[in-house]
Design a protein around this ligand. Structure first.
Ligand code: SAH
Length: 504
């Protein structure tokens, strides 16, 4: 039996991008992933689908699994020869009981490796725009817990030394005792007007930051309703935030959008939105699946040597076409001499990723633009292959045929409506948790409508409908719904730019 091992991995503070490369690599190889309340569950996406995933998180005051049982779980799985990843929020060795887990394993002779993570205190500082040390105001820094073991009093901290002997202080788990902490510091010599920042849910789009003075901050926190998890930073460095903040003033910060594209295609879009500070929730309203009958596409592919032009109108079409090409034991050489036409930059990119450069990308990225440029070239007598979506408009086929081309238009893929997503979407909409819903094709809207019927009318009041382009807007308006915005060009980049402008 292969030897089991436990990897104590720091998951970082929340932003999934703050996991280390090594952490990601071990996650990808794990048989078992045991994770916490503060480890972002999005990170589980790095693990294999088949990996066992166990939540042992704690919500304050409500310990899901006693530490002893977590320890035993780690040891049992590793003893069974499995690769166990223990994913812990922030850094495993900072206020996370990582030391206790490692010691437990060590006693039982189970190998254990520790991968550090970005601790919440450092991350909160960075995302709030607070340099923790600065030559002009402080040269030292302390990490402290404001919520000690119940069997000890907070007073076991040496308040006098903390108050006067150190520069920046970072308190973890300090929210309940914030009043006491500030009082003790002031009593032992810290200036009452020392700036303090309290950062809740640091590095996530729901981050909230409150700045005040040491004597007032506890009252401010109550008034503003800030709650754990939060980091408290005390010291002169806090005043740099005004100048250095960069995250919570991003254009879409604090806004939350529903992304309805299929998951594989949502990645790039989600990244663009997050760069602008937005929070995204992906619940695809369409799923891409192969056509019911593959024969027409396969037959057309076998005739490639007789084809003059190949028209592709989406990245999905490109993916479906090449899947069948490969399935027929063919490769790129079958496309030698075939004119490649891509409807727009994303489709062109999908071709380029496969080592093919399109011969034609129309200036206007839609079917009309594509037809106009092909007709200008002359298509009479040409054989054109157009692997299409099942529900594609017939415009391309009709116009090319009218102009004398022979058009083969086999279905290359279908979009279907995933089931079981209604409840999540209804909840988000009725709880007014969304600012907008992004539609990137007519079917993303049509399917949402099919999910809710007339009820969507009531729900639309809560979130705005954002459309990628004319045909999507048309589908929305046709059902008498309002389109809040549509970018000038139908690309995801332009949609995000338009959103930034709109929500200014
Ligand atoms: N090992 C973790 C700390 C665990 S203790 C680390 O290195 O970050 C839990 C405390 O961490 C919380 O009470 C809170 O003070 C802080 N914390 C963790 N994640 C946080 C976040 N995203 N924003 C603010 N505070 C956070």
């Amino acid at each position: 039996m292969a030897a089991g091992k436990v990897y104590l991995i720091g998951a970082g503070p929340g932003d999934p991008g703050l996991l280390t490369l090594k952490g990601q690599q071990y996650l990808a190889q794990a048989d078992v992933v045991i994770y916490d309340y503060l480890a972002n569950p999005v990170l589980l996406g790095h693990a294999r689908a088949a990996a066992e995933k166990i939540y042992v998180g704690k919500v304050r005051g409500n310990h899901h699994l006693p530490q002893e049982e977590t320890n035993a779980l780690l040891a049992d799985r590793a003893a069974a020869g499995l690769q166990v990843v223990r994913l812990k929020g922030g850094d495993p060795y900072i206020f996370g009981r990582g030391g206790e887990e490692a010691a437990y394993l060590k006693e039982r002779g189970i190998p254990c490796e520790v991968v550090p993570g970005v601790t919440a205190g450092f991350a909160a500082a960075a995302y709030a725009g607070i340099p923790l040390t600065h030559r002009d105001v402080t040269t030292s820094l302390a990490l402290l817990t404001g919520h000690e073991r119940p069997d000890r009093k907070l007073s076991s901290l040496d308040w006098e030394k903390l108050a006067t002997g150190l520069g920046t202080l970072i308190f973890y788990m300090g929210m309940t005792n914030l009043g006491q902490i500030s009082e003790q510091l002031i009593r032992h010599g810290r200036a009452a007007d020392t700036p303090v920042a309290v950062i809740q849910w640091a590095t996530l789009p729901r981050q909230r930051t409150l700045v005040g003075s040491l004597d007032r901050i506890a009252a401010d926190v109550v008034r503003e309703g800030l709650e754990p998890p939060a980091i408290i930073i005390i010291g002169e460095v806090v005043k740099y935030r005004e100048e250095l903040r960069w995250y919570d003033n991003l254009p879409l910060f604090g806004k939350r959008f529903l992304v309805t594209r299929p998951r594989e295609q949502a990645v790039a879009f989600v990244a663009l939105l997050q760069q602008q500070g937005a929070e995204t929730i992906c619940i695809p309203t369409i799923e891409i699946v192969p056509p019911e009958d593959l024969q027409p596409l396969d037959a057309a592919i076998l005739q490639l040597s007789t084809i003059d032009s190949l028209i592709l109108t989406s990245a999905n079409g490109v993916a479906a076409f090449f899947e069948r090409l490969t399935e027929q034991q063919l490769d790129l050489r079958s496309l030698a001499g075939v004119q490649l036409v891509a409807v727009g930059p994303k489709t062109a990119q999908a071709l380029e990723q496969r080592g093919l450069r399109p011969d034609l990308v129309p200036k206007n990225y839609h079917a009309e633009g594509l037809v106009a440029e092909l007709l200008a070239q002359g298509v009479a007598g040409k054989r054109i292959l157009y692997p299409r979506a099942e529900i594609a408009r017939t415009l391309i086929i009709d116009k090319l045929k009218e102009a004398g081309a022979e058009v083969l238009a086999p279905v290359a893929y279908r979009t279907i409506r995933p089931t079981g997503k209604e409840e999540m979407i209804r909840h988000l909409l009725s709880a007014e948790e969304l600012d907008g819903i992004c539609f990137s094709s007519p079917s993303t809207f049509d399917n949402l409508l099919a999910m809710f019927g007339d009820e969507l009318k009531q729900l639309q009041g809560q979130a705005e409908f954002l459309s990628i382009g004319p045909s999507t807007s048309k589908a929305i308006r046709k059902q008498k719904y309002q389109v809040a915005l549509e970018p000038q060009h139908s690309t995801l980049d332009d949609l995000v730019t338009a959103m930034v402008e709109y929500y200014k």
